[in-house]
Design a protein around this ligand. Structure first.
Ligand code: 26V
Length: 828
């Protein structure tokens, strides 16, 4: 895509826009079944119908896609390139139909053929090319950029295997490969001709030219080819269709020839597999860096190919690379693609013969860097020794950047040696390592956090020195979510209701939901709202009976925590509440409590022992609680396996209570919190991440806040936090811990959960025990409010009504203005 069609093609190519009416769609379905799938009425399976339907949609995307690319070219629009190791897209069929505006027509056409659109759509595999929040954010941004007609391109890797599929066996997580391409991917277009070489290893030699200037030559490298696959990204209600370009590794012919010439055919084929393994699989451990060579190779592979592609596109229309920053903005989604900074320097200097200063000026004007985490173990560093081997020229450039940068710091803060040590790109302790966040900050014009408190903590804590040196570089851009997927598509009942009352504009103008607040006292509206929630809960209850084998009462309070399993997210605190409630019910201290169904879902990183043990604990508690006759329907505990985008879309509309209970100062933003509140769930949460801004919007009365604040935790830490003292002071907490640690939930293996309790008693790094009592109290308030369906419904409505600020349209607009300097393309 994005090639200017030659004049010849322009004249010769006449196409008709494919029709969007029922008759045209029906005709296309029949044609696509025969000519693309190669089956007829008699042999077609439901999956074949999925593919035929996808092709029908795709045909209608392509024309708009090509027109969009031609327009960007013709208008010479400044583009943004979103560099991300992850795009958590999920399914595309319904999304494309809704965005293009012929979902109902397609449903009708299929119905006339005796088929059910929703059943067919369920057969699509999720594109799960991401771990969690960071990857899903990238997908929401693509939707918003297209909807706003912003010229935004996603660049990433076409993993053959996405996020692992989680199975639960005997309460344990078992990982299975996600072979999502097994039946083919109808949305992608392979571009075998869009192919770039990417070099690894080798050595750098210096030479002087006739004018005595030093040049660097990187030679004797291994070469891997990057081949493009393009996926169209349609905007909602507009003709804009943007592009996501993902790279797949292909062996280079050089590779083959070397061994072929030696007559070693088998070795040649082995090597081919080796290099093609590069894009084989997504790394599944978020928030901890593993420091694996293959991961760094993936990063450089996609960054190098993308930059070559971007420069080639630029040079088709421009002569001077000095103008690159006027036409190109690149956003780095965390530090994962930050090797792009030395790579662009290398290309400018070694390939395009720019001076260092010019190259640096261009580079820093092109890049923006988004930080997504405050956890120290998630900040990427790479061993100098690894870079030296794998990317020797880049290491040289990094050293030079560091040298110049530290000189500047030395000038500003003479004699402050410790500051130099802290700010250096090289961490000298315990084997030299390159600090990728420092590289990203120095090499970008703007650094942003993803929620107000997160940005504040970046400035005050982890990047304090950098903020002191260049305060204007740091900005906040609070995350958002796309209302197209997370309300319009996920919750047709609520969407329909909203549109009947206030019209349909909210889909692209989420703040318009505020008008709903005027109906928060309207009996008829409240009743309709309650009925929608009830229907959503019934349908989830039915599917849970299938999927988990537990019957939940649809009138019970649906209390839900869905997110990656991580200690800082504190699923454990939730479990402590469950056990406490269980005890109270058994003791007759909870006769007035409403029935609750507590649901968990989320994946643990395969090597994260404690997180996996927590999954076991949830299952063990569920097993005891759900089968205790004294409890009956008053408390149910469920773990929903294999949480993914589709599961989220199915579940979120049915939730009453959203658990956002991370330790204050640990969750950068959270976006699940937004999805749930938008769908009328009330939040129980800490003053962390975007919870704080959600509280500001929906009002204190409509959210349940508990726990220590960042400042209070700071005091606890300073005074030497002693978790045991909290247990000694709280008999109910003590009983809860004794049950878990003493084998109440694991009678056949009494010590099974000891490590969890020991972790709490000895360190409690995330202050679970310090927040326990206030959490339990807040949960009681939740219960009290839920007792009155009117009061609850009113608060739920206000949540939906007042979440307008958290549309990713707003987020992307802020990036466009504050960081990218791009404008919507008006000619589309
Ligand atoms: C780190 C690593 C380390 C190396 C292995 C693979 C891998 C994959 C992902 C990550 C970073 C995870 C950071 C992340 O997902 N942060 C989340 O970003 C969300 C979007 O900004 C935000 O809402 C969440 O609060 C934040 O945890």
């Amino acid at each position: 895509m994005d090639r200017m069609p030659s004049g010849r093609m322009n004249r010769a190519f006449k196409y008709d826009y494919e029709g969007l009416d029922v008759a045209s769609i029906k005709q296309s379905l029949a044609n696509r079944m025969i000519y693309a799938v190669g089956k007829d009425n008699y042999t077609a399976t439901d999956r074949d119908w999925f593919h035929a339907t996808a092709y029908v949609v795709r045909d209608r995307l392509i024309e708009r896609w090509m027109e969009t690319m031609r327009t960007y070219y013709r208008e010479d629009t400044k583009r943004v390139y979103y560099f991300s190791l992850e795009f958590l897209i999920g399914r595309s069929l319904i999304n494309s139909l809704l965005n293009l505006g012929f979902c109902d027509e397609t449903r009708e056409a299929l119905l006339e053929l005796g088929l059910d659109l929703e059943a067919i759509a369920d057969l699509e595999f999720d594109a799960a090319l991401g771990n969690g929040g960071l990857g899903r954010l990238a997908a929401c941004f693509l939707d918003s950029m297209a909807t706003l007609s912003l010229p935004g391109y996603g660049y990433g890797i076409r993993y053959e295997y996405g996020m692992f599929r989680q199975a639960i066996e005997n309460g344990h997580q078992v990982e299975h490969p996600d072979n999502w391409l097994r039946y083919g991917n109808p949305w992608e277009f392979p571009r075998p001709e869009v192919l770039y070489p990417v070099e690894f290893y080798g050595e750098v030699v210096q030479y002087h030219d006739e004018r005595g200037r030093v040049h660097h030559h990187w030679q004797d490298t291994d070469e891997v080819m990057a081949m493009a696959y393009d996926t169209p990204i349609p905007g909602y209600g507009v003709d804009t269709v943007n592009n996501m370009r993902l790279w797949s590794a292909k062996a280079s012919r050089d590779f083959d020839l070397r061994y072929f010439n030696e007559g070693n055919y088998i070795k040649a084929v082995e090597d081919k597999t080796d290099s093609e393994n590069l894009s084989k699989v997504l790394y599944p451990s978020d928030e901890t860096t593993e420091g694996r060579e293959l991961r760094l190779k993936q990063q450089y592979f996609f960054v190098s190919a993308s930059l070559q592609d971007i420069i080639a596109r630029f040079l088709k229309q421009h002569d001077s690379l000095l103008d690159l920053p006027d036409k190109v903005a690149i956003q780095l989604n965390d530090t994962h693609p930050s090797i792009a900074i030395p790579e662009l320097m290398r290309l400018l200097i070694d390939r395009y013969h720019q001076e260092w200063e010019t190259a640096w000026e261009i580079t820093t004007r092109v890049f923006g860097y988004t930080n997504h985490t405050l956890l120290p173990e998630a900040l990427e560093t790479w061993p100098v020794s690894l870079l030296e081997q794998l990317l020797p020229r880049h290491l040289q450039i990094i050293y030079e950047v560091n040298h110049r940068f530290l000189n500047r710091v030395m000038h500003q803060f003479p004699g402050d040696v410790d500051r130099l040590r802290r700010m250096s790109l090289i961490d000298e302790e315990g084997g030299k390592r390159v600090r990728m966040a420092h590289l990203a900050i120095i090499g970008s014009h703007t650094v942003n956090g993803v929620a107000a408190i997160h940005t504040k903590l970046l400035k005050e804590r982890i990047f304090r020195d950098f903020h002191e040196l260049m305060p204007e570089r740091f900005v906040n851009v609070t995350n958002g979510i796309t209302p197209r997927l997370w309300l319009h598509q996920a919750n047709p009942g609520l969407s329909g209701l909203i549109s009947r009352y206030i019209g349909h504009d909210w889909v692209t103008d989420l703040p318009a939901l505020a008008e709903l607040a005027t109906f928060a006292e309207d009996e008829e509206f409240l009743e309709a709202f309650r009925q929608v929630k009830r229907a959503n809960k019934e349908s989830v209850a039915a599917s849970l009976a299938d999927r988990v084998g537990v019957r939940v009462d649809p009138t019970s309070l649906f209390d839900v925590q869905v997110k990656r399993l991580h200690e800082y997210k504190r699923q454990l605190l939730n479990v402590l509440h469950v056990v406490t409630l269980y005890n109270r019910i058994r003791n007759g201290q909870a006769d007035d409590r409403v029935p609750r169904s507590v649901m968990f879902a989320g994946k643990a990183a395969p090597s994260y022992r404690i997180a996996k043990l927590q999954i076991e604990l949830i299952h063990a508690v569920a097993d005891i609680v759900n089968n205790d006759p004294r409890i009956g329907d008053r408390l149910k505990v469920l773990f929903i396996p294999n949480y993914d985008v589709s599961t989220a879309v199915g579940l979120i509309p049915a939730v009453d209570l959203s658990e956002q209970i991370s330790t204050a100062g640990t969750e950068a933003s959270g976006t699940g919190n937004m999805k749930l509140a938008l769908n009328g769930a009330l939040t129980i949460g800490t003053l962390d991440g975007a919870n704080i801004e959600i509280r500001q919007e929906v009002g204190e009365e409509n959210i349940f806040i508990f726990g220590n604040t960042v400042e209070e935790l700071e005091v606890l830490r300073r005074n030497g936090y002693d978790p045991r003292s909290w247990v000694n002071a709280d008999p109910e907490l003590r009983q809860t811990l004794e049950m878990i640690g003493g084998g109440y939930f694991s009678p056949e293996e009494p010590n099974r959960f000891k490590p969890i309790v020991e972790g709490l008693l000895n360190h409690d790094r995330y202050f679970v025990l310090a927040d326990y009592r206030s959490y339990i109290e807040r949960q009681k308030d939740v219960d009290r409010i839920y007792h009155d369906p009117d009061v609850w419904a009113r608060r739920a409505v206000l949540n939906t009504a007042l979440m307008g600020n958290f549309s990713s349209d707003r987020t992307v607009q802020e990036y466009a203005e504050k960081i990218w300097g791009v404008k919507p393309e008006r000619n589309l």
